[in-house]
Ligand binder design. Structure first.
Ligand SMILES: NC(=O)c1ccc[n+]([C@@H]2O[C@H](COP(=O)([O-])OP(=O)(O)OC[C@H]3O[C@@H](n4cnc5c(N)ncnc54)[C@H](OP(=O)(O)O)[C@@H]3O)[C@@H](O)[C@H]2O)c1
Length: 270
């Protein structure tokens, strides 16, 4: 497939090389700051940087929007596409109808639309990730487009699902809880140790075992430990005293403690 990327950030950094390694041709990479496109292009065989959103003369048939969710409409409003183009977004939360509506409003030529969402966390600058084993969530209202996106997905991953916008939205919230929030908690735990002259490395075996055990269990709720799970409310209160001069951290501690207490209130989990 002939492909162009709009956006050269975290996702594009990994997805563009993966598609190229699967035999697809990446023609153009657009980013606002050209050096970001240049960095990505330097890792591709035959791609060129693109400094504007006019792709009227592009040889590509697939345009992958890899920009922040809140930038999607603005990008769509400025995007100029060739005939017979397909545009997909890569967002976990934006619905397909929005993209379709924007293309109807803003594009001078008819455009097929779809979603190509990879359920994984990607960080630019890290070594390229293989997509095998990463769930790909595909959606399109147009059957041939849907089939083409599924085939494209299967070229890089063995887990390709047709997922509706509503289902994807729920998956995305779950992903934020499981990935973004836990990573933020790790960062807060690190700050707390460093600020008090302790080494974050002391927590590494605990973190490793937490994730191993939670994934090995049928339900992570079955292996929950800690003061809130034990109902050790004196310890909880002591921890809150220790955090008294960090009100935001204390609030996070309080909210999650309440959630755990509530969850196990009747001795049940889902
Ligand atoms: N990162 C992940 O883990 C992940 C996982 C799954 C799905 N996704 C999805 O992938 C999409 C991109 O996320 P990302 O993490 O790759 O974002 P990102 O790292 O912030 O990269 C965004 C790219 O879009 C460009 N951009 C930002 N605002 C723009 C605007 N207003 N107009 C035009 N271009 C703009 C940026 O240009 P400059 O380079 O010039 O700043 C950059 O190249 C999102 O829809 C996200 O939901 C991300």
């Amino acid at each position: 497939m002939e492909i162009s990327f709009i956006g050269a950030g975290n996702l594009a950094w990994h997805l563009a090389p993966a598609l190229e390694n699967a035999g697809h041709h990446i023609n153009e990479i657009y980013s606002r700051q050209l050096q970001h496109a240049r960095q990505l292009v330097s890792n591709l065989y035959d791609a060129h940087t693109h400094s504007e959103l006019n792709f009227a003369d592009s040889p590509s048939t697939l345009f992958i929007l890899a920009v922040p969710d809140d930038a999607l409409e603005d990008v769509c409003s400025r995007l100029v596409l060739p005939e017979r183009a397909t545009v997909v977004h890569t967002s976990g939360s934006k619905n397909l109808d929005s993209l379709t509506k924007w293309m109807e409003i803003y594009s001078d030529v008819p455009v097929n639309t779809g979603v190509f969402y990879a359920l994984q966390t990607f960080t630019k600058g890290q070594s390229f990730m293989t997509f095998d084993g990463i769930p790909l969530c595909i959606e399109s209202d147009d059957k041939p487009t849907e089939e083409a996106l599924v085939l494209l997905g299967q070229d890089i991953s063995n887990i390709v699902y047709l997922i509706t916008s509503e289902e994807r939205r729920t998956l995305h919230v779950a992903a934020v809880l499981a990935c973004n929030f836990t990573n933020h908690l790790l960062a807060l735990a690190r700050d707390l140790t460093i600020r008090n002259g302790l080494e974050f490395d002391l927590l590494r075996p605990l973190i490793t075992e937490t994730f191993r055990k939670g994934l090995a269990a049928n339900n992570p709720a079955n292996v929950q430990t800690g003061p809130a799970r034990r109902h050790d409310l004196t310890t909880v209160s002591d921890h809150l005293t220790l955090l008294a001069n960090q009100p935001q951290l204390a609030e996070i501690y309080q909210v999650i403690t309440s959630s755990i207490l509530q969850y196990y209130k009747n001795g049940e989990s889902l």
